[in-house]
Design a protein around this ligand. Structure first.
Ligand code: FE2
Ligand code: FE2
Length: 154
């Protein structure tokens, strides 16, 4: 396993949940369950990815700006998550905001997979990419289990 594959696998979970939730309607149990799952996946992934993918890249001249850009997008996603939590699930505004979040997520994952991974592969050695995947995976499982309390700052 390497960090790129580990991240890509979790991105695919997010994509699937985004597409599922956009097919739900109203304040239903189904929508509530998928929303809980999606929120958990996004929050857990963000924290682990910042720690084991972005943070070490901040120190490299070549990727500092990309790393900052990626983390700024995490913040924008957090704001949309908060807005969704504050919106009545049965209102049309909820779905419209969810569509915004899904678009942002899709754009962000694409940036990471098609642009940032390529650049990072020139910075991380394959040994590093493997050891980052290990730490990333351990953190993700730990935070998934204890979400949301386990996540620092949540
Ligand atoms: Fe990300
Ligand atoms: Fe990601």
């Amino acid at each position: 396993m390497n960090i790129y594959k580990a991240i890509k696998d979790d991105h695919d979970i997010q994509r699937e949940l985004c597409s599922k939730i956009l097919k739900t309607s109203g304040d239903s149990e189904e929508r509530r369950d998928i929303w809980e799952e999606l929120k958990k996946e996004l929050e857990v992934h963000e924290v682990a990815e910042e720690r084991f993918f972005y943070s070490p890249l901040i120190d490299s001249d070549k990727m500092q700006e990309d790393a900052r850009h990626g983390m700024a997008e995490h913040h924008e996603m957090d704001e949309l998550i908060e807005e969704l939590d504050d919106t009545d699930m049965s209102s049309p505004h909820w779905l419209a905001t969810m569509e915004k979040l899904a678009e942002k997520v899709e754009h962000h994952l694409k940036d990471e997979e098609e642009d940032f991974f390529k650049k990072a592969k020139k910075i991380y050695s394959s040994e590093e990419a493997e050891s980052l995947a290990k730490s990333y995976g351990e953190t993700v499982s730990e935070y998934r289990k204890g979400w949301p309390e386990a996540i620092p700052g949540k």
